[in-house]
Design a protein around this ligand. Structure first.
Ligand code: CMP
Length: 139
C-alpha cells in the first residue's frame, strides 16, 4: 500500500551539506518528497518530538544535538514507504549499517546518525502531524 513516513535530515548532515545527497538516495529508492522544510528546533520542540525517549540515558544528548543546528523535515511517500525509508537509512549505529545505506555512507556515530525515520504507521501519523498540516502535504 502507498504510505507516508516522516524523515528528518539531522544537524550533522545539514551542517556538512549532505541534504541533496541524502534526498537522492530516497528518490532513487522510489520515495517521493511530498513535503519539506528546513527548521531550527528549539530544545523544547526537540524534547517533545522525542518524548518517548525521555527516560533513556541519551535523551539529554539527543535533545541538545537535535536543537544544535538546522534540520530538514520531510514527508516521504511511496509503496511501503515506512520500511523502505528504514532500509535506505540503514541501522541506527553506522558501524552496523549495510553498504550503500545513508548511515553507512554519512553517519558519524549512533547519536549523530544523519537521519531519522518513523518506525511504524502509528509513529508516522504522529510525527507527520507534529511538523505538517494537511495543506502542506502535496502528493
Ligand atoms: P532516531 O531514529 O532519531 O531515534 C532516536 C535516536 O536516539 C536515534 O535515532 C539515535 O540517533 C539516538 N540514539 C540511540 N541510541 C543512542 C545512544 N546510545 N547514544 C546517543 N544517541 C542514541
Amino acid at each position: 500500500a502507498t504510505e507516508r513516513t516522516l524523515s528528518i535530515i539531522k544537524p550533522d548532515a545539514t551542517k556538512r551539506n549532505l541534504t541533496g545527497k541524502i534526498v537522492s538516495k530516497f528518490e532513487d529508492a522510489g520515495l517521493r518528497v511530498v513535503a519539506s522544510k528546513r527548521i531550527h528546533l528549539s530544545p523544547a520542540q526537540a524534547g517533545a518530538f522525542y518524548a518517548e525517549h525521555a527516560e533513556r540515558p541519551f535523551y539529554g544528548e539527543l535533545v541538545d544535538f537535535m536543537s544544535s543546528q538546522p534540520v530538514v523535515v520531510q514527508v516521504l511517500e511511496g509503496e511501503g514507504a515506512i520500511l523502505k525509508n528504514r532500509e535506505v537509512m540503514g541501522a541506527t549505529d553506522p558501524a552496523e549499517a549495510a553498504a550503500g545505506t545513508i548511515r553507512k555512507d554519512f553517519a558519524v556515530s549512533k547519536g549523530e546518525n544523519s537521519v531519522h525515520g518513523s518506525d511504524s504507521p502509528e509513529s508516522a501519523a504522529r510525527e507527520i502531524a507534529f511538523f505538517f498540516s494537511g495543506l502542506e502535504l502535496v502528493g
